[in-house]
Design a protein around this ligand. Structure first.
Ligand SMILES: [Mn+2]
Length: 355
C-alpha cells in the first residue's frame, strides 16, 4: 500500500498536481476499509480521514500514521483520539488547506461535493477517475500473491461445487456448498453473487442462483469468486447432467476458444486481439450471435476492473496484469457454456492462477 502511494505521487508530479484526494480508492492506498478519504500530497506523508467509529480500525489495519477522524456531534474523547467535530467535507478541506494544496486531483465526487469543497478550500480540483484505475492495472508482487490465494480458494470452492452438481439439488444448494468451503478456507466474502445457472437459466449470462432443481439433460454454469486480503478471484466452469451431443459440443467450443485466447496473452499483446482469438473459434461454427460479451477483464480489489478484453478495447496487456479469459456461448433451448480462468500476464505469455 505504501508502494501504491509512491506510484500515485509519481503520477501527481507528472500532472502538475500537489495532492490527490481519494474517495473511492481508499483501501488500495491505505490498506484498510476504515478510510472515508485519503489525501496524498506530492511531498509529505498521506492523511487518512475516517469516521470516529473507525478510528481504531484505521490505526490497527492501515499503515498511514496520520489518522484524523470526524464526528458530527461533540462527545468526550479517549486519550489518543484525534477527532474534529464537523462534517467529513470540512475535515477534508481543513487538511487540504493545512497542506497548502492548490491543484488537487480526485477520483470521484459529485458536482455538489466538489462545489462545497471548493467553497471550503479554494483550489483547482480535477476529476481524474482513470488515474487510479490505470495504476491498479499493474499488480505488485504482493498483490499477485493475494490474488493467487483468492484464486486457490475459488478453485477449492469449485471442486466442492462440482461434487454437489447432481440431479435434484437446487442451484442455491450448490452455491451454498461452494461458499461454505471458501468461507472456511478464509474467504472474506464473495466479490459478486455466486452464479449457479442450470437449464434455461444457463443461457442467461448474468443469472444468479435460484431455488430451481438441477435436472437431467441440463448444462450448469457455475461462476463465482473468493476474496482474500481485499483481492477478488473469479472463475467459471460448466457442468453437464446427461448432456446431449450438442451441449457437449458447446462446452468443447468454449474451452477451445479460451485456449486460443490464452495463447495470445503476453506482454505487449492487444487486448482486442485476445478477444478476437476466442471469437474466431466461435464464429467458425456460426455461433458468433450467441456470444454477446467480451472475453475477459482485469481483476484486483474489484472483480471487474481495467483492462477490458473486448473487440473495442484499446488496452495493451502488460506484464503483471491479472485478467480473466472467459468466452461464453448462450444458445436458447440448448444451454449456456462459459469457461473462465484468471491469468497473470508475463513477458512471454501468462500463468494461470486458477489451474
Ligand atoms: Mn469474470
Amino acid at each position: 500500500m505504501r508502494k501504491h502511494v509512491r506510484k500515485l505521487k509519481d503520477e501527481l508530479v507528472k500532472r502538475g498536481l500537489d495532492a490527490f484526494l481519494a474517495i473511492q480508492n481508499t483501501r488500495y492506498l491505505a490498506g484498510t476499509t476504515a478510510a472515508k478519504a485519503v489525501i496524498v500530497p506530492t511531498d509529505g506523508p498521506p492523511v487518512l480521514i475516517c469516521s470516529r467509529l473507525e478510528f481504531d480500525q484505521a490505526k490497527r489495519e492501515g499503515w498511514i500514521r496520520d489518522v484524523r477522524a470526524f464526528s458530527r456531534w461533540r462527545a468526550p474523547l479517549r486519550p489518543g483520539e484525534r477527532v474534529s467535530f464537523c462534517e467529513p467535507l470540512q475535515l477534508i478541506a481543513d487538511c487540504l488547506r493545512e497542506l497548502g494544496t492548490r491543484a488537487v486531483g480526485y477520483d470521484r465526487g459529485g458536482k455538489k461535493f466538489v462545489r462545497k469543497l471548493r467553497a471550503a478550500h479554494a483550489a483547482s480540483y480535477r476529476e481524474l477517475p482513470e488515474l487510479m484505475l490505470e495504476l491498479r492495472k499493474i499488480k505488485s508482487k504482493e498483490e499477485v500473491t493475494l490474488l493467487q490465494r483468492a484464486a486457490k480458494i475459488a478453485m477449492n470452492g469449485m471442486r466442492c461445487a462440482a461434487e454437489s452438481v447432481t440431479v435434484g439439488r437446487t442451484e442455491l444448494e450448490v452455491a451454498a456448498e461452494a461458499e461454505r468451503e471458501m468461507r472456511i478456507a478464509g474467504s472474506e466474502g464473495t466479490p459478486f453473487p455466486t452464479i449457479v445457472a442450470s437449464g434455461r437459466n444457463s443461457w442467461l449470462p448474468h443469472a444468479s442462483a435460484t431455488r430451481k432443481h438441477l435436472r437431467r439433460g441440463e448444462l450448469v454454469v457455475i461462476d463465482f469468486g473468493a476474496t482474500w486480503g481485499g483481492y477478488a478471484s473469479d472463475m467459471t466452469r460448466t457442468f453437464a447432467l446427461s448432456p446431449t451431443k450438442k451441449q457437449l459440443t458447446l462446452i468443447g467450443l468454449v474451452k477451445r476458444a479460451q485456449k486460443a485466447a490464452i495463447g495470445r496473452v503476453r506482454n505487449g499483446a492487444k487486448a482486442s486481439n485476445v478477444d478476437k482469438a476466442a471469437r474466431i473459434i466461435i464464429s467458425r461454427v456460426g455461433y458468433a450471435k450467441f456470444s454477446p460479451h467480451g472475453t475477459g477483464h482485469g481483476v484486483g480489489m474489484e472483480v471487474h476492473e481495467p483492462p477490458g478484453l473486448a473487440p473495442d478495447s484499446k488496452d495493451i496487456l502488460r506484464e503483471r496484469m491479472v485478467i480473466t479469459v472467459e468466452p461464453g456461448i448462450y444458445v436458447p433451448r440448448v444451454g449456456g457454456a462459459r469457461w473462465e480462468d484468471m491469468v497473470l500476464v508475463t513477458k512471454k505469455g501468462c500463468k494461470s492462477l486458477t489451474a
